[in-house]
Design a binder for this molecule. Structure first.
Ligand SMILES: NC(=O)c1ccc[n+]([C@@H]2O[C@H](COP(=O)([O-])OP(=O)(O)OC[C@H]3O[C@@H](n4cnc5c(N)ncnc54)[C@H](O)[C@@H]3O)[C@@H](O)[C@H]2O)c1
Length: 261
């Protein structure tokens, strides 16, 4: 007999794709999906080895995982990734969009190439992924769950990450728009809005001075740990536990977005 928790949250047999799966948060989320029973395609753009390590963590704990090249800047590349996932498992149920690049360049100094790289990766890339995998979910007629990784910088702008904040504001709007468009097809589109988690893309930005500012503005007074995104992720990914949730943007931020003075 299926247990209540398995019925609500179990992902056995589901197929998940994680764009940005070689990264710190994407990797942790890929492993969480695998441990919850999903077959996971761990996406990478540059670092295949890191994606391979995350896939191995899943297979070594009895799950099923592959790595797949998913350059968010290439819609045709994402279609190839989809083809590989379909060849392997025949469907796609869950997509996590966690590609991300960032830069602290002051507004007047931002070169065009930097603006384009951040917007192309964080915003256009998520759009391409939603379009490629969302179309497949609609055509399958089995519904699905898309989870975009936003940021606390998406609502009130965060100092030093101008282009990044704009890209994430776009991700929020896209999430709500597609949630509304695709609800009739059973495709749910939500976002997780993480606070501050030390990772690759923000390593240079999280100086000691900035850390003190962040901790002073986070009621829990610390950074998040990647595994602390798993609860929101598995809830949004699950077919039953979040069946009436779409267009939601869920903060996982130690209280950062509820803090004033
Ligand atoms: N770490 C945080 O504090 C934090 C906070 C809020 C939101 N986020 C978001 O979480 C997500 C994961 O970032 P992270 O913090 O783990 O950083 P990370 O640098 O460890 O991971 C970022 C990932 O994005 C991938 N990537 C970069 N360019 C890509 C492209 N063109 N196509 C596909 N993938 C590409 C990288 O290969 C890497 O795997 C990002 O969307 C980031 O904006 C992170």
């Amino acid at each position: 007999m299926t247990s209540f928790l398995e019925d609500q949250f179990g992902l056995k047999g589901a197929v998940a794709v994680v764009i940005g799966g070689s990264g710190v948060l994407g990797g942790s989320m890929a492993v969480a999906l695998g441990r919850a029973g999903a077959n996971v395609a761990v996406g990478f753009s540059g670092n295949a080895d890191k994606a391979g390590n995350h896939a191995r963590t899943i297979t070594e704990s009895g799950g099923s995982a592959i790595t797949v090249k998913t350059d968010a800047g290439s819609e045709s590349g994402l279609r190839k990734a989809l083809a590989k996932v379909l060849e392997t498992w025949g469907k796609v149920d869950i997509v996590v969009n966690a590609p991300g690049v960032n830069s602290p360049t002051p507004v007047f100094d931002i070169p065009d190439e930097e603006w384009s790289k951040i917007i192309d990766t964080n915003l256009r890339g998520v759009f391409y992924s939603c379009r490629v995998f969302g179309k497949q979910m609609i055509e399958q007629k089995t519904g699905g769950s898309i989870i975009n990784i936003s940021s606390v910088s998406s609502e009130l702008p965060l100092s030093r990450v101008f282009t990044y904040s704009i890209s994430k504001a776009g991700v929020n709007n896209m999430t709500r728009f597609l949630a509304r468009e695709w609800a009739p097809h059973g495709v749910r589109v939500n976002a997780i809005m993480p606070g501050f988690f030390p990772a690759e893309q923000n390593r240079k930005i999280l100086t000691e001075e900035r850390r003190n500012m962040i901790f002073g503005h986070t009621p829990m007074g610390r950074y998040g740990e990647p595994h602390e995104l798993s609860g929101a992720l598995l809830w949004l990914a699950s077919r039953n536990a979040s069946s009436f949730v779409t267009g939601a943007i869920i903060p996982v931020d130690g209280g950062f977005t509820s803090m004033t003075i």
